[in-house]
Design a protein around this ligand. Sequence first.
Ligand code: ATP
Ligand code: MG
Length: 173
Amino acid sequence: MTGIGRVIVNTGNGKGKTTAALGTAFRALGYGGKVCVIQFLKGKGDYGERLMAANIDNLDWYICGKGFVFTKENIEKDRVAAREGFEIAKKKVLSDEYDLIIFDEITYLPHYDFLDVEEIVTLINSRPERLTVILTGRDADPRLVEIADTVTSMEPVKHAFDQGIKAQKGIEF
Ligand code: ATP
Ligand code: MG
């Protein structure tokens, strides 16, 4: 793959932030690119994309979270998991091994004060020239929006969940 890497932010309350990032991973892999996905906050349960990722060469996948449910007792554990994930993120960015790195749900780290947003900005600004990064999650910090090349806010028009329809295997997870 050639060219200068981009900074892409997929945010907003609608569905499609993570799956759009993974669609881009699919593209990069198609041209022989090397891709890393780092998932913050999400737990270790089954997701179709993770099961698939295990079969794809050139795609490395890290899960650095304990799930989305924050309780007072567990918030310190969540903070530690998030910070550990960010240390992995730093190593992966600076390794210069990848064409694309996806930081899935990273917007929640500054939002919950697990990390200063400037740490993310510094890491993005120190990335190898060819590396594209995609950041996903709701409520993207204005600083992330500011430094990004491309920002998309998913707008929920309707979601099955609001009509009481449960998340579907293979579609929502
Ligand atoms: P996806 O992974 O489907 O691209 P997403 O990354 O935009 O969704 P998240 O908030 O990370 O959104 O999604 C967590 C889970 O909630 C996913 O299973 C997703 O499909 C689902 N979801 C996303 N948006 C909504 C919504 N507005 N209402 C209910 N469920 C949603
Ligand atoms: Mg998501």
